[in-house]
Each structure stands twice: as C-alpha cells, then as structure tokens.
Design a protein around this ligand. Structure first.
Ligand code: GLY
Length: 406
C-alpha cells in the first residue's frame, strides 16, 4: 500500500472510530442481474410470444427452468417479476426492457378494482406500479396505486388497530383476527398514496398498524411472531404464533427481515424516531445470530442447523433495509449497518449463492415455506427482486446520491 493510501485509510479509521470500511464493486453483480434478466425473457418467449399475465415465481431445487404462475389476486408474488424488470430498466436504461416492464405491470391493473383478497395487495402493486411510477411518472399508474391503497384500507379494523392480513385464515385455520409481520411491507403503499392525494386516513392507518404491531408482535428479545391473533370483538391481542417459522418461540428469518425493512420505511415516512430505534433493535437480534456468511438459515432456531436450508431471500431484504437505515444514522452507527449490508451482498454475489449458469434466476438457496415443504432451497423471485433493489441502492450510495427524496 502506498503512503497516500495508508494515510487515507488511517484517516477513515479514525473518523469512524476504528470501524473497518467495507467496499463492494456493484458493477459486476449489476451486469450479472441484467444478463440473467435477459435469460429469463428468452425462456419466457420460448418459440412463441410472451403471455404477460404469467409471472416467474420459483425454480425448484433440481430444476433449471422457471415455474410460472398466472397473475391473480391470490398469487402474492406476481408483482416481483415486473419489479425486477423495472429495476433492470433503472440499471440499463434499455427501452426494450421498459416495454416489457410496462406490459407485465399492466397485467396487474385489475387488482385496483377488485375486492381485497388479502394484505398482499401492497406487495403486488408497489413492486410493479410503484416502481413504474417512480421511474416514468405515468399518471395512470398513480391512480392504480391510490385505488389499490383504498382497497387495502378496507381490511383495516379500527377496533384492533391493524390491517387484517389473511381473511381466509379466519375460516380455514379457525383463527380469529390475524395480522402477520409481512404486512409491514404493505404500509409503504399506504404512506405513498397518502402523500400523493389519497388522503390522511391512509397515513393514519399505516401508523396505527405499525404501532400495534410494535406493541404486540415482538418478544422481549425483539424477535417477532409471524402471526398476531386478536380478539375480533374486543380488538385485544390474544397471542403470537408462527405459520411459516419453525415454532412459536423461534425466529423465522424472513419474518424478521420484513420487520427490519418495514419499520425502517415507517421512519422514512413519519420521521418518528421511535421507529428508527425499534428497527435497530429488531435488526440487532437478527445480526447477532447470523452465521459466518451473513445469510441466515431459514429459521434461526431450526433444529437441523448447521444442515438446515438457508434463506437468501431474507438476506436480500435485510441488506436493502440496512442500506436505507444507514442513511438515517450518525456516521459510526451508519457504518456498522452499512458494513453488514455489504457483507451480505458480497456473500450473495459469490458463486455460493449466485445461480450463474445453472439457471436464469439471480440467486439460489431461498426457502419459501418450510413447514409446508414448499420452495425449500430454491430460487425464488422475491429474493431476486430485493437483491436487485439492494445493489441499486448501494450503487446510489457509492455515487453519493440520496436513496429517497422526502
Ligand atoms: N409473505 C410471505 C412470505 O414471506 O413467505
């Protein structure tokens, strides 16, 4: 190392209280995502024209082709492929990709004028129309987003103070009123719609949901319950249980990831410091228990560890959230969280996690629903979506740009 570099490194170390600064060249993984997106498009085209209502969902362990699903209101992952295309357009500025993004996105327009099936409406439309509006300013997208937020708000119960996540489970599982931690992600749509002409009520619903979730859905160590059950009549919290995790007491990796991401968004949208403080606590318990490669096992308490399947999707969600969180913190704390995010992205960008030639997705080793025996150690479209998002966020930070203009 030359004298200048030694001097510069020392300066950085002093300024940052001896925390080593991680770096990651994002250009290679971004190029990789773009190339894999082209491979998926080629696969979807086959030898005929593309059906824009069919969305890639997963590539199961042992297969090398996408399992696709028709975009319906029941198929919660349908927005992620249009979202990947929007991120690819943001990355490449390729007008062909923009056209594909528009066509796949349009297949979800029906959601804005259909009764709410469940809370996943936010996942469905914010990944697709939300990114589309951010990148194009298309006013038709804005209307769809606001209408969808109004539809999502029909699931809000003021007696409980949260959005009902899974209306169907009241019947199928004989559960009373339920709110799942994943639902934190859907608040972004409500905040956005409120700011863009949807009215203050949507903001109030998002805040009420976040506050009740913060109060009821976490254990003393800040790990969360996947599902909070509430009394339908009194609105009182009954108990926390799991659905996709190992047990009611365990820490389901993706559930914790949704919580870290969701409370970070709540801070962005409200500037209420309690959300930022809480997001850090929820992140700390996750970070403290990570394995060496910074990608969690599907559940931190899975008895098969170290032979349990990993969940790369959780790592992608958390990497993206920590990059955002780092922009709200003082420089020492910011550096710690940003470094952790970089270690996650470095690991995910290695041959251990990238699908490479083996299949056209971006990443291997995600786990969808272990208790159901589905999507175990698979490539899953939402891992790819949050991976692309995190890489683009990192690129912006490397360029000294703001992630969000509020
Ligand atoms: N939102 C469902 C899941 O995380 O699997």
């Amino acid at each position: 190392m030359n004298k200048f570099l030694i001097g510069f490194s020392l300066l950085v170390m002093c300024a940052c209280n001896s925390v080593k600064v991680e770096t990651l060249d994002v250009s290679k993984p971004l190029e990789y995502c773009s190339a894999q997106t082209q491979r998926t498009l080629t696969e979807l085209k086959g030898d005929s024209t593309i059906d824009y209502t069919i969305m890639p969902r997963n590539i199961l362990n042992g297969s090398n082709i996408w399992n696709c699903k028709k975009a319906t209101k029941e198929e919660w992952t349908s927005g992620f492929w249009p979202g990947v295309l929007w991120y690819d357009y943001e990355n490449t500025h390729d007008p062909n990709i923009k056209q594909y993004a528009e066509k796949f996105t349009q297949s979800l327009a029906f959601l804005s004028h259909t009764h709410a099936y469940d809370h996943d409406l936010g996942f469905l439309v914010f990944t697709s129309f939300g990114n589309g509006y951010r990148l194009t300013g298309n006013s038709a997208y804005k209307k769809i987003l606001i209408d969808s937020a109004d539809t999502l708000a029909t699931l809000f119960n003021p007696k409980v103070g949260t959005i009902l996540s899974w209306p169907r489970e009241m019947e199928f599982n004989n559960w009373p009123y339920n709110t799942i931690i994943d639902n934190m992600i859907n608040l972004e749509l409500l905040f956005w719609a409120s700011k863009h002409g949807g009215g203050k009520r949507l903001y109030d619903i998002a805040v009420s949901h976040a506050d009740h979730t913060m109060k009821n859905q976490f254990k003393p160590d800040y790990s969360c319950y996947h599902v909070a059950l509430y009394d339908t009549l009194t609105g009182k919290f009954i108990k926390g249980i799991t659905h996709q995790g190992y047990s009611d007491k365990s820490m389901w990796a993706r559930g914790q990831a949704w919580a870290i991401y969701g409370f970070t968004v709540c801070y962005r949208e409200t500037h209420d410091i309690k959300y930022l403080n809480f997001a850090q606590k929820v992140a700390n318990v996750y970070l403290k228990r990570l394995p060496q490669d910074f990608v969690p096992y599907w559940d931190f308490d899975a008895p098969q560890i170290p032979n349990a399947p990993k969940d790369a999707s959780a790592a992608c969600v958390v990497a993206s959230a920590l990059l955002e969180m780092s922009t709200y913190l003082d420089s020492n704390k910011a550096l710690v969280y940003k470094n952790d995010a970089l270690k996650m992205l470095e690991s995910l960008s290695s041959p251990a996690y990238q699908s490479g030639k083996s299949n056209p997705s971006f990443l291997l080793h995600s786990t969808g629903h272990w208790p159901n025996g589905s999507e175990i150690n698979a490539s899953i479209i939402y891992a790819d979506y949050y991976y692309y998002e995190a890489l683009l966020r990192l690129e912006k930070l490397n360029r000294g740009e703001k992630l969000f203009i509020n």
